[in-house]
Ligand binder design. Structure first.
Ligand SMILES: [Ca+2]
Length: 340
């Protein structure tokens, strides 16, 4: 798929997404799992192919095989972050929740508009009066926020950065932002992509999914279209309702599609989204290397975002007050550098 013309991507996108919107047309909880249990469940040495899908953590017996030292880190909103090897950032383990975005809007009175692209009775349509607070379906505070565009996500990151700098929780040079497309790939386990832009990397690695290499997705692999029959959620699910991946990240496979920082290509018209969503059932769009473009102003009821905390590499060894240690250690005392 590398080298496809930018002009044919939207049409392909449309064909492969009977239940997604055409490009540019319009259009908790996770009861805070005991972190020790969460981290103990992380098989740091596994591969994408052998990850498989584990039972939800709530019903899982975990073995204390590996644990991070000094990690994860939880911020002022209760968002938990873990390192992803090969990156210089900490990833939020969850998609940004309704409660996180609500705190931002309450503090800033940020205007999120009064129209959203939603699945209506006659298909996808722009609906006035809908926004992240009125998505058209039930959402609790721990569901991922939807109907937020790339600019809304940027505003959230700026506010959170400034708030936590002022509170002394992060350093002046550290910041919250969206993950880059390349960082998101590493988070989902893709280390061998080629291409300069997200467009060039589109579906470059075939038949690798966030849960492994088997198709269709096994039970509890994530929150996808009900036609796949792998989850009980018709729309969004509380973040963290399914097993985490090897790094402790939830819902990379589904729930909502996540804005990334990058432009789609050198035209710099579209931003990038990664990960499938609650309305996706197609083989291609659930692959880890799938990504798609849309206008940064687009608000849709299956678009949301996840944030990272950029530690700034040059400062990472003096990351106080975060006091981050950059390695994971096994029970036998052997440790692995997370930022080699
Ligand atoms: Ca997701």
């Amino acid at each position: 798929m590398v080298g496809r013309g930018a002009e044919d991507l939207p049409r392909s996108h449309e064909r492969s997404h009977a239940k997604q919107v055409p490009l540019v047309k319009a259009r908790q909880a996770l009861p805070l799992i005991a972190l020790s249990s969460l981290l103990a469940a992380l098989p740091m040495t596994s591969t994408a192919a052998d990850d498989g899908v584990r039972a939800p953590l709530r019903s899982q017996t975990v073995r204390p095989a590996l644990q991070f030292v000094g990690l994860p880190w939880t911020n002022s909103l209760g968002m938990t972050f873990v390192p992803v090897p090969g990156t210089r950032v900490l990833f939020c383990i969850w998609e940004t929740r309704v409660q996180d975005f609500s705190a931002f809007v309450q503090a800033t009175r940020h205007d999120t508009g009064n129209a959203m692209y939603v699945a209506g009775t006659h298909g996808w349509e722009t609906r006035l009066g809908f926004n992240w607070q009125k998505s058209g379906f039930d959402q609790s505070s721990t569901h991922p926020v939807v109907g937020v565009n790339w600019d809304d996500a940027q505003a959230f990151c700026r506010w959170l950065t400034e708030s936590e700098r002022q509170a002394g929780l992060i350093k002046e040079q550290q910041c919250y932002r969206l993950p880059t497309d390349a960082e998101w790939s590493l988070a989902v386990g893709l280390t061998n992509e080629t291409g300069r832009t997200p467009h060039e990397k589109f579906l470059g690695v075939r038949d690798v999914f966030p849960w492994g290499t088997n198709w269709p997705p096994p039970k509890a692999a994530g929150n996808f279209d009900p036609s796949l029959g792998v989850d009980p959620f018709a729309r969004t699910a509380p973040v963290g309702s399914f097993a985490a991946n090897r790094y402790g990240l939830f819902d990379l496979a589904g729930n909502i599609s996540e804005w990334c920082e990058d432009w789609w290509d050198e035209e710099k018209k579209f931003r990038v989204l990664r990960g499938a969503a609650w309305n996706n059932d197609c083989h291609l769009c659930l692959m880890s290397s799938y990504r798609f473009p849309n206008l940064p102003a687009m608000r849709i009821d299956y678009y949301g975002f996840r944030v990272v905390l950029d530690l700034k590499q040059s400062e990472r060894k003096a990351a106080t007050p975060l006091q981050l240690q950059q390695k994971a250690c096994a029970a036998d005392g052997t440790c692995k550098e997370l930022f080699p």
